[in-house]
Design a protein around this ligand. Structure first.
Ligand SMILES: [Zn+2]
Length: 420
């Protein structure tokens, strides 16, 4: 929105350090934040449009640092991609993108998949409504890796050889040279960051979360190619050895992080890595996965790891490891728009302080997105991604779960919703 806007009569949570500015004010100019402070102290330009937020709680737009805008509707990811045309997944994901913005999510990080690459452009040009999308595109996996869909012929798995495009087509690569080439291919497809599979997983058929995938040499080659193009790397990493490999080779974001000990906590602190635990999906699979068609192997492994996972995240939090909120939701029964359930789990099961819960979905999320200089906090020169909430999420995180409580949504200076 060109021109200046002043948001007044609100409490402002800047997400810089957990403090709240009472009787606060945020001034926005041409999509960016110009000033933040107490209303009595901020110099509100004469020509500003003044918006009274009725005493609501203002904070940076929410960020989900790990999801997949894939338009899935069941847990049967074996059959659904084979039976559903790619365009149908895209059409569904258009609705999912809108649901995310409605829920106050102004940025999402798509941690692997093809649909988001297309949606990102459609959102940018204004053809559809949705959050800013930061997309990995096709993830890199070794043969027999987490994204080498084990029950399909290899040629159907790799985006370069498949004849049936699925939302999760990947790039299979083994050895340093193939890893470099796959990284370059992902960049060519438009990847904002590179996603790799550094261990086995819960939802891959024939491996286990503890299995280490890719060698250190391979990961280093990928990180090097990514950094030449100023991109960061995210790793799906669940076992301790794979997590240590990834962090020591320069991977910034550790997704899932089921098994970590003191060594891995120290490495994360030393290398400024951030973990994105994605507890929401595990919780949902354990409670409802059978009903929605999650295959037997996925259910069994999810049940095996859930409590261990919770304990690891609790210890990581105590050790001071940075945690960014991400759900791993894909649509359907893992519904876009209900992503703040991850924050409720942090509050109730991890024992995170309220301000840290909110910063996991703002400041830390921006770091995981590689956009820490642009979004995630309310301070001058950042993009004006701002929401206002009726009720105080520091006192009760549940207020973020009902989209009707998100009374004002601004993305890069554009007002998307105002019901206050
Ligand atoms: Zn994921």
């Amino acid at each position: 929105m060109p021109g200046k806007t002043a948001l007044v009569n609100c409490e402002v949570f800047t997400a810089i350090d957990g403090e709240v500015i009472k009787n606060g004010c945020v001034v926005v100019e041409d999509g960016n934040i110009l000033a933040v402070g107490k209303e009595s102290e901020v110099d509100i330009p004469q020509d500003s449009e003044v918006i009274d937020l009725g005493g609501s709680f203002v904070m940076p737009g929410l960020i989900d640092a790990h999801l997949h805008l894939q338009g899935f509707r069941t847990g049967d990811f074996v059959k659904e991609p084979l039976l559903t045309p790619f365009g149908v997944f895209v059409a569904r994901a258009v609705n999912d993108a809108k649901a995310l913005l409605d829920a106050g999510y102004t940025t999402v990080v798509d941690a692997g998949g093809l649909v988001a690459l297309h949606l990102r452009e459609a959102v940018r040009e204004g053809s559809i409504v949705g959050p800013r999308i930061v997309a990995a595109g096709p993830p890199l996996s070794q043969t027999f890796g987490h994204a080498d869909t084990h029950y399909l012929p290899s040629e159907w798995v790799d985006i370069r050889t498949t004849k049936k495009l699925t939302p999760f087509a990947s790039l299979l690569c083994d050895g340093e040279d193939e890893c470099r080439k796959a990284t370059r291919y992902a960049l060519r497809e438009g990847a904002d960051f590179i996603k790799i599979m550094a261990t086995g997983g819960v939802l891959s058929q024939k491996d286990k979360p503890e299995y280490t995938q890719f060698t250190r040499k391979e990961i280093k080659a990928i990180v090097e190619e990514a950094s030449k193009a100023s991109r960061i790397v995210h790793a799906h990493a669940q076992g301790a050895e794979g997590i240590a490999n990834a962090i020591e080779c320069g991977v910034r974001v550790i997704a899932h992080a089921i098994y970590m000990g003191d060594n891995e906590f120290n490495l994360a602190l030393e290398h400024k890595a951030v973990i994105v635990p994605t507890l929401a999906i595990v919780d949902k699979i354990v409670k409802e996965g059978a009903k929605h068609g999650i295959p037997e192997w996925g259910l069994r492994k999810a049940e095996e790891v859930y409590e261990i996972h919770i304990e690891t995240v609790k210890k990581a939090y105590k050790a001071g490891v940075l945690i960014a909120a991400g759900t791993d939701y894909v649509g359907g029964w893992l519904p876009m728009g209900e992503n703040s359930i991850e924050l409720k789990i942090y509050s109730e099961r991890i024992g995170m302080k309220p301000e840290d819960v909110l910063m996991s979905a703002t400041k830390a999320g921006a770091y995981a997105a590689g956009l820490e200089n642009q979004i995630g906090t309310l301070e001058p020169n950042k993009k004006a991604d701002i929401i206002a909430v009726s009720g105080n999420p520091l006192a009760n995180i549940d207020v973020l779960l009902d989209k009707d409580n998100i009374v004002f949504i601004m993305k890069e200076g554009e007002i998307y919703k105002k019901t206050v």
